[in-house]
Design a protein around this ligand. Structure first.
Ligand code: GAP
Length: 495
């Protein structure tokens, strides 16, 4: 299977209501994205399964929903005011702006003196084949000198209250994590927790990225799913310091989570940060990289933030943020392991991995093979003939009945083959078709058999199922039961 290129995905996302460019009618922003009806469902599903698997189902986890605007000192204490910067350079000719640390990762435009100034686009990091030159000028226009790098803080500044003065300055949070650290003691005391325990949070984060791009991969407004998992660094797990062993456990748990919901294991790999790459708070950070169309890039990171954040907030707030270790009768500052994932990047990886182009009876079929829990629509109810009122009425009734438990749509706007293809293209795992045999034919005095056809997306197999069985059948299909097992109990329908 060849992964789609980004343009294919951008176009499908727009055409089928997954993702639109923000403020498109005004020319768009290029750095923010709006999730359409199906994208909103997909995003909700990703967040729901993450919250369920990591927060609700674990005895050692609780959840939090902290505010986006926080006391300005939070960002001083966390180091974001001083350190959350990227080095920025500008082209003196075309005025394009770049992150200087990313220049060598970009293809570059070159007017080659060895070929009478012919224009070439040269792959990232490579010299010109003809003259041997390496890039020194602007990679975009190929002509302009670049300015010296300047540090640019990525936080969005705003003002709390009606007066725009220095004392009122605050920031839109660039990560959700700090909301957890500043609430450490509130959560600990109110929930009477014992180490190790974690706090999960999902929410918006904002970064004034110098070079947003690659669709929803890097935008200025995005969502994070973050966990701060607190451990006692004096404890030992599997003969190792607890923070180090638990760090490895979380790396594996995160990797396995993506596999569980459909990302191919060989489309991910781990990247260990070297000392130069480590954030100011981190003892060790491992990224899970995904094979995005533009190359291996960060899907999420899992960092050992040590006791840096709790100690900083304690210092700046004057409040003790410690834990009493009953066994050793001492107050300690826990270490924290932080699995931090971007919702939008997860969504992009799930979309890419689900995308297939297949040939069916000589025609191209585009199908999104989403895990059933992620699929935006679970069931589509389709009337075979929209001119037959009994068929249409039965289909509407079925939609209403199934929609009580699963996201279900009704569609009669095309012929059945076309309707199936449309649902394939948005990843709907099951279609239910109501036909003449279901309702009977009064003119011919034929009674209906009360059965409908269920079609499965991936195999395209179809079975005839009594309407009375539908709730049980779908409860099994949406649970752990395989299609083949359910289908074995019913007669096949012709496709
Ligand atoms: N609290 C740690 C933290 O925020 P990070 O590596 O800066 O670490 C974590 O961000 C995750 O958030 C990334 O792995 C990525 O999935 C997502 N993310 C970060 N910046 C993003 C952006 N500009 N657009 C979309 N997602 C982003």
């Amino acid at each position: 299977m060849t992964a789609p290129n980004m343009d294919v995905l951008v176009s499908l996302s727009k055409r089928r209501g997954f993702i639109f460019q923000s403020s498109e009618i005004y020319g768009g922003t290029g750095s923010c994205w709006d999730y359409g009806p199906l994208g909103a469902e997909l995003k909700q599903n990703i967040k729901r399964v993450w919250w369920r698997d990591f927060v609700q189902q674990r005895a050692d986890m609780v959840g939090l929903d902290a505010s986006i605007l926080m006391h300005a000192t939070v960002w001083k204490a966390s180091g974001h005011v001083d350190n959350f910067t990227d080095p920025m350079v500008d082209c003196r000719e075309c005025k394009h702006r770049f992150r200087s640390d990313q220049l060598d990762e970009m293809a570059w435009l070159h007017f080659c003196p060895a070929t009478k100034g012919n224009k070439f686009t040269i792959p990232a990091g490579e010299p010109c084949k003809h003259c041997g030159a390496t890039r020194t000028l602007c990679p975009h226009c190929g002509k302009g000198e670049l300015t010296a790098p300047r540090q640019f803080n990525l936080m969005f500044k705003t003002f709390m209250g009606p007066v725009e003065e220095d004392a009122a300055v605050t920031y839109l949070r660039p990560e959700t994590a700090q909301g957890i650290f500043v609430n450490f003691d509130n959560v600990l005391q109110s929930m009477r927790l014992k180490l190790p325990f974690g706090v999960g949070q999902i929410g918006k984060a904002f970064r004034n990225e110098i070079t947003p791009g690659n669709f929803i991969f890097r935008s200025r407004e995005f969502e994070q799913m973050e966990i701060e998992y607190f451990v006692n660094p004096n404890d030992r797990v599997d003969g190792r310091p607890a923070d180090e062993a638990v760090h490895d456990q979380w790396i594996e748990a995160c990797r396995a989570w993506f596999v569980r919901y459909g990302v191919a294991a060989d489309n991910m790999k781990l990247h260990e940060h070297d000392t130069a790459e480590l954030a100011h708070y981190s003892k060790r950070t491992v990224d899970i990289l995904y094979r995005f169309p533009m190359g291996w890039s960060e899907l999420m990171g899992i960092a050992n933030r040590t006791d840096f954040d709790l100690k900083q907030h304690s210092k700046f707030s004057g409040k003790s943020l410690t834990y009493f270790d009953e066994e050793r009768k001492e107050h300690i500052v826990p270490f924290v392991i932080e699995p931090s994932a971007g919702v939008d990047r997860a969504l992009l990886a799930f979309l890419l991995d689900a995308y297939r182009e297949e040939e069916v009876r000589g025609e191209k079929r585009v199908v999104l093979r989403f895990h059933r829990e992620l699929a935006p629509i679970k069931i589509a109810v389709l009337p075979l003939l929209k001119k037959r009122p009994e068929i249409v009425a039965t289909a509407h009734d079925l939609r209403a009945r199934l929609a009580r438990q699963w996201t279900t749509v009704y569609d009669d706007t095309a012929a059945i083959g076309r309707l199936y293809r449309r649902q394939d293209e948005v990843g709907t795992p099951y279609c239910v078709t109501v036909d003449v045999k279901t309702v009977g034919d009064r003119e011919k005095n034929e009674a209906g058999d009360g059965r409908v056809t269920i079609r499965e997306r991936d195999s395209m197999e179809q079975i005839r199922v009594p309407i009375a069985d539908l709730d049980t059948v779908f409860a099994r299909l949406m649970g752990e039961t395989a299609w083949s097992e359910v289908a074995a109990a019913y007669p096949r329908a012709e496709s």
